[in-house]
Each structure stands twice: as C-alpha cells, then as structure tokens.
Design a protein around this ligand. Structure first.
Ligand SMILES: *Cc1c(COP(=O)(O)O)cnc(C)c1O
Length: 467
C-alpha cells in the first residue's frame, strides 16, 4: 500500500482500532485506580524509570510496544493528582466531559491558528471568549488568547502593556526595540508570583526596576503603600496569593490606578474563578477595572494540562504586541486565533475548555468552585481541632498549616509525604515553615479531607515519637 516499510506499518496501525482501544482501556483502568492510589509514586517506580534510558533506537517498534512501555514503567511513576487527595502546588483533576473531549479531539488534531485551519476551533474560541467575559464580569470589548498556562498569559498581558505604554509616547517597540526607549515603571506587591517577575524580565523591563509595594499579613498589597502611578506604569495585582489564597483589594485599588493612567494586570491564575462562585465573588470585586488578566483553566476549572487564557481589554494592543504576518497567511471572516497568542501553531485546547464549561454550566461551576472553599474550611476546622495552627485566613482554597516548631512542621510534612495518603508541599510564611494545602480538584470529598487530616495526625505522632 505505502511507498516504504515504515509507511506500510503506519498505515496498518493508523486504522487498527485495537491500539486506540487498548489506550482507552489502560487509561480507564488508571482512572479507577487513581481515585484511591497512593498519591506519590513508590521508590521502586522511580528507580524503574531507568528503563527509559536508552540510545535512540535504530529500528522501529510497534505502537503496542510503545504503549506497553509507557504503561509498565511510566504509569507507576505518575502523580495521580487526577484523584481527590493531592493538595500540592495548585493542580486539580479533570472534568469528565473535558477529558473525553480531549480524547476524541486528539483524533482531529486541529490547529486553531487561523479560521481556515480549524473552523470549529475558531467558533468555539469565539463562543468561550464571551462566556469567560461573563463568568469573570470583564469588559465587553476584551479579547481572549488561549495559551499554555498563566506564565504565558502574564507574558502576553504585559507585552500588550509594554506595547501600549510606549506607543502612547510615540515609540513603536516592535520596530525600535527597547534600547533608548522611554522608561516603563513596574509596580508590584512583594508577594507577586514568581512567574509575574519572570515575565517582567523576559520582556526586558528588568526585575531590578520593580517598585515593590508592601503587603499585609495575608500577602495583600496595602493600597495606601502604592506610589503615585502614571501613564508609563504597569501595576501588577493578584487574585489568589499562591500561599494564602488572598486577593488584592481591586475595588479600592483599580479605579484609582486607572484614573492615574496606569495599565493594571491581574494575575488570577486560580483565584479569578472566585468570580464564578456566588459566595466567593466578593473576593474579586472590582477586578473588571483592570486592563489585562491571566487565568489558568488547568487549575480551578479542572481542564487537562496545558491550558490558560490571557484576557485583554485593549484588542489592538494585544494583537499588535503579538503581531504576526506573512504572505501565506489566510485571514478568516471569523476569529484567527494566532493573533491573540505568541505561537502560530498550537493545539486546540479550546475543545477541553468549551467542554468543561458546557458540561458544568453556571450552576455547576458555582458549585464546584464553592466546593473547593468548603473543603478548605473543613480542613481548617478539623486540623485546628487536632491541634494544628492554621496560619492564614481561609478565604478561598488555600490552607497554611503549622506545628509548634518549624522542626516539627518539617518532620510532619516529611512523614505526610512518606505515608502517601495525601500529598502537600511546604512553603514559608512570615519566615516560618508551613505545610501548604491547595484544594482545587472536583474529586475531593469530605471523606478525602477527613482521611487526610488523619494522615496529618499520624505523621505528627510519628515525628513526635522520634524526637
Ligand atoms: C500557577 C500560578 C501561576 C503560573 O501558572 P502556570 O499555569 O503554571 O504557568 C502564576 N500565578 C499564580 C498565582 C499561580 O498560582
């Protein structure tokens, strides 16, 4: 059939349903196990990863062999944060409709760079743009770019800011670059996320030039400490401090900063989704008065990785900052996604975002997001009853936990991780060690929380016994 051996082989396997069937079955088995599996790979599984260390193979394999290897040595070494007792970082599970849409659309392999490349990608990106603006209560004129995550979304938002601020001063940064350009001021809270700082340096604005603003005991920018802003300033705020989960006071800060002409970017990686919760939306009140926003779908919305959005009030600034042209570009009547992202080609993550939102609807999303907060409050209550200190105000989905001494906190954390009933990471809060819990998986139930609290107690008992 084909013109050479490898083409023959691929034709045969491409249409061989048993391979995809096997992949699905293995995936499904994994899901079933992951609900209850120890939350961190066993040491042996990590050691077995050595099996992947081989020189680039001379000859071809079969898809079956490839799958079997991944199953045998890869799967045991995965982190099942798709289950309900993984509380490290800010991860989350996957909404079932989103996972199934990912599987099906994997066969489509769409590239939504241009409408002409994927009419379905283009229309869904347009539809979800409106939905997101509604969910987050953002200005009608805003546009959305679908990127790999918040790091990239922040970069895009700040690129738009940089372009616009310099443009207003008659400086086209695309043509002239930054050498000899008018200065751009960057003002940020002392607890801005490290990816925000990274974007500042990637864009050539210079970390050293950041004017730091003091924060309060929850990590929120103190409004009175913000210096006078002007038209050459980018103000960086956040919805959801990565440790405490706290929100800057947008209501108090944004209107004033806008009045002074500053460009405001809100990093709302996981926190902006509070807007979808009737109970929690007070936290992000006033966020619509910013200029750009960065949000993850792979965190709070529980879509598969990698998935984030940049939202920008000024369409022209975003498009011009991420400009792209070429004689072979075919402009569509509808949306050409590449104008809103740094990439030209990218995967159509929109199918997963649309599916999650279509499945959940407004009420489902409200319940899911509010549920994260309820589970966080349960942690706070049960851990406090067990004699742990809760260090932060649990306003959203983050809980910071401490024992009497840093030493005991660290040993307890080490034991929690070894017990593998649940997984949490550590962090520092006000110069002391803390155990950090992030609840953002729809799978997590009250029972998961209680089991995890038991594990905390056991871990502390073990630490105390050894001391
Ligand atoms: C996770 C996170 C980021 C980075 O997002 P990625 O999707 O990992 O790139 C930025 N800011 C905050 C507050 C976060 O929680």
């Amino acid at each position: 059939m084909g013109n050479n051996d490898i083409q023959d082989k691929m034709f045969a396997e491409f249409m061989d349903f048993s391979i995809y069937d096997k992949a699905l079955k293995l995936g499904h088995n994994y899901l079933t196990e992951a609900m209850d599996r120890h939350v961190f790979p066993q040491d042996e599984a990590i050691t077995n990863l050595e099996n992947f260390n081989e020189p680039f193979p001379k000859s071809s394999s079969s898809s079956n062999v490839v799958l079997d290897l991944l199953k045998k040595y890869g799967e045991p070494a995965t982190l099942p944060h798709i289950g309900g007792r993984y509380f490290g970082f800010v991860l989350g599970s996957v909404v079932p409709a989103s996972l199934s849409a990912k599987v099906m659309s994997a066969f489509w392999d769409q590239c939504p760079a241009m409408e002409v490349l994927s009419p379905i990608g283009s229309i869904l990106e347009t539809v979800v743009e409106d939905w997101l603006k509604e969910i987050f209560s953002l200005p009608e004129e805003s546009v959305v770019g679908y990127v790999s995550g918040t790091s990239s979304a922040i970069f895009c938002g700040l690129a738009a800011a940089r372009y616009k601020i310099l443009r207003k001063q008659g400086w086209d940064v695309n043509n002239k670059g930054l050498f000899n350009a008018p200065k751009i001021r960057v003002v940020a809270g002392r607890q801005a996320h490290s990816t925000v700082i990274k974007a500042v340096s990637l864009l050539g604005l210079g970390k050293d030039s950041i004017e730091w603003v003091d924060v309060d005991s929850q990590g929120r920018v103190v409004p009175e400490s913000i210096p006078d802003l002007d038209e050459s300033t980018i103000l960086l705020l956040q919805a959801g401090n990565v440790n405490s989960g706290s929100f800057d006071d947008f209501d108090k800060i944004c209107l004033k900063a806008r009045g002074q002409g500053a460009w405001i970017h809100i990093d709302g990686a996981f926190g902006l989704w509070a807007q979808a919760s009737d109970k929690l939306k007070y936290l992000s009140k006033g966020c619509g008065n910013a200029d750009s926003w960065s949000v993850d779908c792979h965190k709070t919305l529980n879509t598969p990785y990698d998935s984030g959005v940049v939202i920008c009030r000024d369409k022209e600034a975003l498009i011009d900052a991420l400009h792209m042209s070429g004689a072979y570009i075919v402009l569509g009547k509808g949306r050409d996604g590449m104008f809103y992202t740094p990439e030209m080609s990218r995967r159509a993550r929109i199918f997963e975002i649309w599916s999650a939102l279509k499945f959940l609807g407004k009420q489902g999303l409200n319940q899911m997001v509010t549920g994260f907060h309820e589970r966080a409050l349960q942690f706070k209550k049960e851990l406090a009853e067990a004699g742990f200190d809760i260090v932060n105000n649990v306003v959203f989905n983050q809980v910071l936990v401490r024992c009497e001494t840093d030493e005991l906190t660290l040993k307890t954390l080490e034991n929690i991780q070894k017990l593998r009933v649940c997984w949490c990471g550590g962090s520092k809060w006000e110069d002391r060690d803390v155990i950090r819990l992030s609840i953002c998986s729809w799978v997590t139930t009250e029972k998961d929380v209680s089991l995890s609290v038991k594990s905390f107690i056991e871990a502390r008992d073990l630490a105390e016994a050894k001391a």
